[in-house]
Design a protein. Structure first.
Lengths: 310, 413
């Protein structure tokens, strides 16, 4: 891998530590008097669909949700509703020849995106395959493996997460339009509109969607307080969630957490509409493929091989 | 009209009156319902984690029961066709009770969907704007909401009208209800087609994504609904003054022979295609009938189902056995069991096995899940019992005669 600093997805200069600033604010929030969060039930019940709300209404809802979350988690929580930037369509690249199956991406994702620890929710599944055996139909994949050291001699790995399809089957089937594709190509869910029917999970060919079978459980001190309405804000029991390319980070010009966490640089990310972006370079110069291309879902998640092994 | 209301009221007042068997039956159902309700409250509190469903198998026993009951709702239409299209009188007289089965089955369908939802309070989001954001025509689930509720309304209207005419002591005017009856036939087919398409349209699930799914679904639906009718009609004949012609019962069993024949043929066609061509998409069928990678939780059930269906087919095919009440009842029960396993466990679960990333998660409902399911079945049984009990005195003309006698006595004074 080259030592050059990679240009970030939106070409914005950024300070990677800014996301930590919210942590300090938490102390103040814990001083809030305890109030019954159920006081908001009526308002929550009448809340409109995210796309049907005006900016003013969104602001009001976010204020209420921030208050609710702060009361519940006893720390100040920020919920952004940052919109997609014009001229941006996010794409992802994954170098299969580099991935060593360490799953640092998984744990970074869990922490960044406030996934439930018990029951365990992971947005990324790293599949392991035995070398020389058939693998593209995923029938012989193994998700649960726990070696002392990675990479293992006889295996190779393929991480799978939401492929952010251009023609997403999950969006097509949702009976309430609670999930949709944003202008920058990210498929998102309104956690306050989802009825929890799980039709989208049946429709997803990539096993990318996760359901909150129980109330999500996260240690209070590990809760990431910098959130996005359509992304990593704390979820409810009984709704579906999924990878959003770290919408809270990428719309602010940062890389997704998994890209930053990958120790071997297997993960690439950028703007598909920017001809000078790294992802465009990869698509144009490497041999890329997309998972289950026969289904015509047009993923924006490209797998490729650099041609050398780690 | 006033007479009709009087008769309806009388029948309604008599609803809670009955013999020891009636009270025992209702009490039994109420106990089951309260257990189910208790478990549902637990599910609301803890979440769907109390079920055996997980991300790999994200639909389970609830949706399986829903699917089976959509099939049962066909009972009505299989009676309507011979009654009105072919003017077969013995069946025409009992269509009313088939329509009540349809009402019950669709109500239970709605309940099974409700208990499967993670956020049942948000159900109104499925309505069109401005209340909800119904995803019509894109989502087949939106279609299903429309066709199921439509079918419910059609059958309620037909039952109410029939009872209204009967309470006046008259046959019903066909000219008035004929359009509704004719509409109910394609509509019944549409509820099965739409429900089958709901699964069929998902390219992510090769087991469902086969064009044979909808025809198979219809064929088996036209077995299970009438099989249930056979049992219900005999029970009614036994416990009430309702007279049901043997001819009607034998006609229904003859129809089952055809539908079960088609059902088995379609199953055979599917099994041939998958196993002979031998591609990877045979995995779910292989899991069902032989087990996959040593996992075979459903295998004994699937063979039971297949054997039950084949035996029942033979019983209903041979005129001697289908017109003998012992073998006929054995056949009806076998079909009910066979199709319940086939359309329940055998259709929904293997759609998720192996899951879209190749994992095999063996699903089997938890006790809590089963208790909630039994509770909903008890709600259905109670609803049907009360509907039939309400209808019978009107149907037999008992109340009409009483009403007339009372009126005559009044006049004589």
């Amino acid at each position: 891998m080259s030592n050059k600093i990679r240009s970030n997805p939106l070409g914005i200069k950024l300070n990677r530590r800014t996301f930590l600033k919210g942590a300090a604010a938490g102390i103040t929030a814990s001083a809030l008097p305890f109030q019954n969060a159920e006081a908001f039930i009526g308002e929550a019940f009448l809340q409109k669909h995210f796309k049907e709300m005006t900016d003013v209404e969104i602001k009001g809802v976010i204020e209420r949700l921030e208050k609710e979350a702060s009361l519940e988690w006893r720390k100040e929580i920020h919920i952004s509703a940052a919109k997609a930037k014009p001229g941006v369509k996010f794409g992802y690249g994954l170098d299969l020849s580099r991935c060593i199956g360490c799953r640092k991406c998984v744990s970074a994702c869990v922490r960044e995106n406030n996934q439930s620890r018990t029951p365990q929710v992971h947005w990324i599944s790293v599949l392991r395959f035995k070398k020389g055996e058939k693998w593209l139909d995923l029938e012989n994949s193994e998700k649960y493996y726990n070696p002392k050291e990675v990479p293992e001699k006889d295996f190779f790995y393929m991480p799978v997460q939401c492929q952010q399809c251009e023609d997403p089957p999950c969006v097509k089937v949702c009976p309430t339009q609670a999930t949709w594709k944003e202008p920058d190509g990210i498929v998102v869910i309104d956690y306050n509109w989802c009825i929890g029917c799980r039709y989208c999970m049946a429709a997803c060919p990539y096993g990318a969607r996760r359901f909150n079978w129980a109330k999500p459980n996260i240690p209070q001190n590990e809760l990431n307080a910098e959130t996005h309405y359509l992304g990593n804000r704390p979820r409810y029991k009984g709704v579906v969630e999924k990878c959003t390319f770290c919408i809270q980070r990428t719309r602010a010009g940062k890389y997704p957490a998994c890209v930053e966490a990958c120790p071997v640089g297997a993960r690439k990310f950028g703007n598909l509409l920017d001809p000078k972006s790294e992802i465009r370079y990869l698509i144009e110069n490497k041999r890329v493929f997309r998972l289950k291309e026969d289904l015509n879902t047009e993923p924006k998640f490209y797998y490729f091989f650099t041609g050398w092994q780690v | 009209m006033a007479d009709a209301i009087k008769v309806f009221l009388k029948s309604f007042i008599r609803l809670p009156k009955g013999g020891a068997v009636f009270y025992a039956w209702v009490a039994f159902l109420l106990v089951l319902i309260s257990f189910g309700l208790g478990s549902y409250i637990k599910q609301i509190d803890k979440g769907l984690i109390i079920t055996a469903m997980r991300d790999q198998v994200s639909w389970g026993f609830y949706i399986a029961n829903f699917t089976f009951l959509v099939g049962v709702a066909a009972a009505a239409v299989l009676l309507v066709i011979p009654a009105y299209i072919y003017q077969f009188k013995p069946i025409k007289e009992i269509v009313l009770f088939g329509e009540m089965v349809a009402i019950t089955a669709v109500t239970m369908c709605i309940l099974f969907i409700m208990v499967d939802l993670g956020q049942p309070l948000r159900i109104l989001h499925i309505l069109p704007k401005p209340i909800g954001m119904m995803n019509f025509p894109s989502s087949l689930l939106a279609w299903d909401v429309i066709v199921l509720n439509g079918y419910l309304v059609i059958n309620i209207l037909l039952v109410l009208y029939t009872l209204y005419r009967l309470s006046l002591g008259k046959e019903y005017k066909l000219s008035l209800v004929l359009p509704l009856i004719l509409l109910s036939i394609p509509w019944a087919i549409s509820i099965h087609t739409v429900t089958a398409f709901l699964y069929n349209g998902l390219s992510a699930r090769p087991f469902w994504n086969a064009s044979i799914l909808a025809p198979r679904f219809l064929a088996s639906a036209f077995c299970s609904g009438p099989a249930l009718m056979l049992i219900i009609l005999q029970l009614m004949r036994k416990f009430s003054k309702v007279e049901i012609d043997n001819k009607a019962i034998f006609k229904i069993s003859e129809l089952i022979a055809y539908t079960m024949g088609i059902n088995l043929f379609l199953l055979g066609a599917e099994i041939f295609k998958e196993f002979y061509s031998g591609g990877i998409h045979k995995a779910p069928l292989e899991y069902l009938y032989f087990g996959l990678h040593g996992k075979n939780l459903l295998t004994p059930w699937m063979w039971t189902s297949l054997m039950a269906n084949i035996t029942a087919f033979i019983i209903f095919l041979i005129p001697k056995t289908r017109e003998n009440f012992i073998t006929l009842n054995i056949g009806a029960v076998l079909i009910f069991i066979g199709v319940y396993i086939e359309k329940g466990l055998g259709l929904i679960i293997p759609g998720f096995i192996p899951d879209s990333l190749g994992e095999i998660y063996e699903y089997w409902p938890t006790n809590t899940e089963s208790i909630i399911t039994i509770g909903i079945w008890a709600v259905g049984a109670l609803l049907y019992t009360l509907m039939v009990k309400f209808a019978i005195p009107i149907y037999t003309g008992e109340l009409v005669a009483e009403n007339r006698a009372a009126a005559a006595a009044q006049r004589a004074k």
